[in-house]
Design a protein around this ligand. Sequence first.
Ligand SMILES: C[S@@+](CC[C@H](N)C(=O)[O-])C[C@H]1O[C@@H](n2cnc3c(N)ncnc32)[C@H](O)[C@@H]1O
Length: 224
Amino acid sequence: MKIDIVTLFPGMFQGFLTESIIKRALDKKIVTINIIDLRSYTPYKHGQVDDTPYGGGSGMVLMCEPVVRAIEDLKDADSTVILTCPQGNVYNEMKAKELKHHKHLIIICGHYEGYDERIRNFVDLEISIGDYILTGGEIPAMAITDSVVRLLDGVIKESSYLDDSFTNNLLDYPTYTKPEDFRGLKVPEVLLSGNHQKIKEYRLKEQIRKTKEKRPDLLEVKDE
Ligand SMILES: C[S@@+](CC[C@H](N)C(=O)[O-])C[C@H]1O[C@@H](n2cnc3c(N)ncnc32)[C@H](O)[C@@H]1O
């Protein structure tokens, strides 16, 4: 898989690309991630990429020309262009599982007041990572990239994410590690029993209990 991230702040991705599982996926060449400076696509003087909004109002708006030039240069027949945008569909694990099958993602990071509305005509998907406003699309781009890359074959063991929260519309089961007794808080007996069938049943029961308690909305959603 190839992921191109178009941003005004390439430096924000340095830690993201050089640590932990994303670094490992890059080292193993399971994914290529390119961070592309939006300013390199502007035809305007002094690297200008934004301007004031028509009709007045505060803040600066990203101009069409640099963003569309970047998309047209990076895009081929296998590409899916994603606009990070608080007005897009709210991202979830099901979407990550769908995106992992795409060959090439181009993720556009907005900044300032947002985009010229006409840019929406040049993208395939608009994704929001939740109902709150960030200063730019860099954190959403990292969230999308991280959630997709960890699902690619060979990045982490499949067994590590099969029971993760949101799989089968359930939250994950509770996990414990040493010591068995922490200040009087004990690990459930069944987990120490060595009885794998009983452990499996306990975990499923806990997944259902936790989901009902914390996220009952998930139980109303059907898998597509
Ligand atoms: C300050 S925001 C602009 C918000 C815009 N004025 C609005 O109210 O819809 C600047 C950029 O950050 C990104 N962004 C902010 N919050 C986001 C979210 N929840 N999900 C995805 N992208 C977001 C988008 O790329 C957006 O264009």
